[in-house]
Design a protein around this ligand. Structure first.
Ligand code: PLP
Length: 439
């Protein structure tokens, strides 16, 4: 068949023949109920194999602060490929990339690089356990820290909508996991200060680390309630546990120095990825030198053939140099976010649909509701109010009309500097037509 004339459905079928389920991340399996096979991506626009153009609010799950196909990153990485991009030896780029992160992120003096958020989280937890000599790690419901064995729980992103599951249940998140792997992971409801205090009072001496997304981005974009991050900082410091911010999404996005700068709370260790690489697969974890000591002295272990390869670090240097050089960038991003939020609110209001929109800068949760939402600090309140199946139906209709967002109503929408002007009008029009059809 002529490749130019294939449909999304045809193409997806041929992908499924050779790629199990048609996707290389189980996270994506439910992301596109109507087949969508991409041919190009520019700015915030996707072009599929049928030549339809869609405004994208999922944006590859978050790395593209300046939109797809950013020339600076593309040119720099292409140049690095011609110079040798992977030798497994130290390179001047290690110092450049590390210095930029240390300059921009308040709690980081030293880093280690990795290839993905999952790897970086697995390594940072191992480092925290090695440093403290303790095993218990505290997590929060709805927070996602990748798919490694000690953090993928039911109650995390994959399965937190399981009927009857309580926020404190710690159940393996996928078939094939060793049940005992989660024996040293506790889970608490997000923003529940009393639950945290109770756990520390009972088990403080056993806790190696508390890990969290400082804004619960992966389920509802729920910010911390005032004082919650400070409470975690205080309790971890007093009990000798490490506070870890998973800033895979918030890093370099909610502020130049991430959520730790935005909220003014410094963790012991930080995980970074996404925006830092501008779409290139790269991650890092780091902290002050004393927190990284066991890696510096080679008493702890973190490895990877491709970790910190020169192409990935060239992408990091390019993105962070650019971010550092744009003084008004975060004001611009805030106004992009406000513009998008207003445009969306107008569409839902015009169609008289109850909608919930949570926004922190360029991160949004946009969800159709079945009942009014009075309180929005907890995942449970939000989950009970959202009309998930109607939201999914809206996604299908909106996609046909030219706008793509994730069908799970709790997933974050990601904006970039490209989400302005005509593109936003186009998205609003497509969404309005989708809502009309939804009836
Ligand atoms: C907060 C957070 N941590 C960790 C991860 C895992 O990163 P990766 O998918 O690169 O392994 C993600 C992925 O979306 C994430 O959002």
């Amino acid at each position: 068949m002529d490749a130019e004339r294939r449909t999304n459905a045809d193409c997806l079928e041929s992908i499924k023949e050779v790629v199990a389920g048609g996707v290389s991340s189980s996270m994506r399996a439910a992301a596109v109920p109507v087949p969508l096979v991409v041919r190009r991506a520019d700015g915030c626009l996707l072009r599929d194999v049928e030549d339809n153009e869609l405004v994208d609010f999922n944006m590859g799950y978050g790395p593209h602060l300046f939109g797809y196909a950013d020339r600076d990153v593309a040119d720099a990485v292409a140049d690095q490929f011609t110079k040798g991009h992977m030798t497994g030896l130290p390179h001047e780029l290690d110092a450049e990339a590390g210095s930029l992160i240390a300059e921009l992120v308040p709690g980081v003096e030293q880093v280690r690089f990795a290839n993905s958020g999952t790897e970086a989280v697995a390594s940072v937890l191992r480092l925290a356990r090695a440093t403290t000599g303790r095993s218990l790690v505290v997590t929060f419901d709805g927070h996602y820290h990748g798919w490694s064995e000690t953090v993928l729980r039911a109650g995390s992103k994959t399965t937190f909508q399981i009927k009857g599951a309580r926020p404190t249940d710690v159940v393996p998140g996928a078939p094939g996991m060793i049940p005992e792997a989660l024996a040293h992971t506790a889970q608490l409801p997000w923003n529940d200060a009393e639950a945290v205090k109770e756990l520390f009072a009972r088990d403080g001496g056993r806790i190696a680390a508390v890990i969290l997304e400082p804004v619960l981005t992966n389920a509802g974009v729920i910010p911390p309630v005032p004082g919650f991050l400070e409470l975690l900082r205080d309790l971890t410091s007093r009990s000798g546990a490490m506070l870890i911010f998973d800033e895979v999404i918030t890093g370099f996005r909610v502020a130049r120095g991430g959520a730790q700068e935005f909220y003014g709370v410094e963790p012991d260790l930080t995980v970074l990825s996404k925006v830092m690489g501008g779409g290139f697969p790269v991650a890092a974890f780091g902290g002050r030198k004393n927190a990284m000591r066991m890696l510096a002295t080679n008493e702890a272990y973190h490895a990877g053939v491709y970790a910190g390869n020169h192409a990935a670090l060239r992408a990091v240097v390019t993105m962070l140099t650019k971010i550092r050089a744009l003084p008004g960038l975060y004001d611009e991003l805030e106004s992009v976010g406000a513009g998008a939020e207003n445009a969306l609110r107008e569409v839902f209001a015009a169609e008289k649909r109850p909608v919930h929109i949570n926004r922190v800068g360029t991160l949004m949760c946009v969800a159709l509701l079945k009942k009014p939402l009075e309180k929005n600090d907890t995942l449970r309140d939000l989950t009970e109010a959202i009309d998930f199946s109607r939201h999914r139906r809206l996604q299908v209709l909106a996609q046909r009309e030219g706008v793509y967002f994730h069908p799970n109503a709790l997933e974050p929408w990601f904006l970039s500097t490209a989400h302005t002007g005509d593109v936003l009008d186009k998205a609003a029009g497509a969404l309005r037509r989708g809502l009309t059809e939804l009836g």
